[in-house]
Design a binder for this molecule. Structure first.
Ligand SMILES: N[C@@H](CCC(=O)N[C@@H](CS)C(=O)NCC(=O)O)C(=O)O
Length: 210
């Protein structure tokens, strides 16, 4: 079984990278950069492999796969870790994985879109509104962790969702206030050897747990 992972340093694909390290999969990781240059995400060679021109892109024994939420679920199920198999525990773990992938990630995506597409004079107001939405999501996470009293999003053991949440939190962390329980998740996950290895391989400094 061979795994190749295309990642952009520190982006959502770094969560897949850390999860693969945690699962002991020893992926060969190719770090891409934004844009069209030789290593860019829109470079014609990369577009031949992955016409979406984004990351994460996983190649398992020559077969490609897109969409981080699906890649993570597939790998965790296949290798039997970081995603409970059955029942309420699985429901909670999937809920939080999808929250990170399909709610929190797109909310950050709006801030990136505003910064690269809106005229300068419109950016301040739009960014303020988009960041306020993101802050509400972080406040929701803290509230749910307080209610459940658990160390991680879906219980006392970490699941894949904690890895994705921890990774997203490191995107412009100075712009947001994280509650103490949320920060404890970032601290615990970012300290794991699997996560430290991904940070080192992608040359990223982890700041959200400070
Ligand atoms: N829904 C997709 C979103 C993937 C996505 O937006 N990836 C970002 C990095 S976090 C990307 O590749 N952006 C393109 C770029 O940076 O040019 C997924 O979860 O895989």
């Amino acid at each position: 079984m061979s795994y190749e992972l295309y990642s952009k340093a520190g982006s959502c694909s770094m969560a897949v990278h850390a999860i693969m390290n945690e699962l002991g999969l020893n992926p060969k990781v190719y770090i891409k950069v934004a844009g069209d240059g030789p290593d860019g995400l829109k470079n014609p060679e990369y577009l031949k492999l992955n016409p979406r021109g984004n990351v994460p892109f996983l190649v398992e024994d020559g077969k490609g796969m897109i969409e981080g939420g699906a890649i993570i679920t597939y790998l965790c199920d296949k290798h039997g870790a970081l995603l409970p198999k059955l029942g309420q525990q699985r429901a909670q773990a999937l809920q939080w994985l999808m929250f990170a992938n399909a709610t929190l990630h797109p909310a950050y995506g709006r801030t990136f879109w505003i910064s690269s597409n809106l005229p300068q004079e419109q950016q301040e107001g739009a960014l303020k509104a988009a960041r306020a939405q993101i802050q509400q999501l972080w406040d929701y996470v803290e509230g749910e962790l307080e209610k459940s009293g658990t160390t991680y999003l879906a219980g006392i053991e970490p699941t894949a969702a904690d890895f994705l949440l921890t990774t997203i939190a490191n995107w412009n962390p100075a712009a947001y206030k994280f509650g103490p329980k949320t920060k404890a998740v970032f601290k615990n996950i970012s300290a794991r050897p699997s996560y430290q290895k991904a940070l080192a391989e992608e040359n990223i400094e982890y700041k959200a747990a400070a």
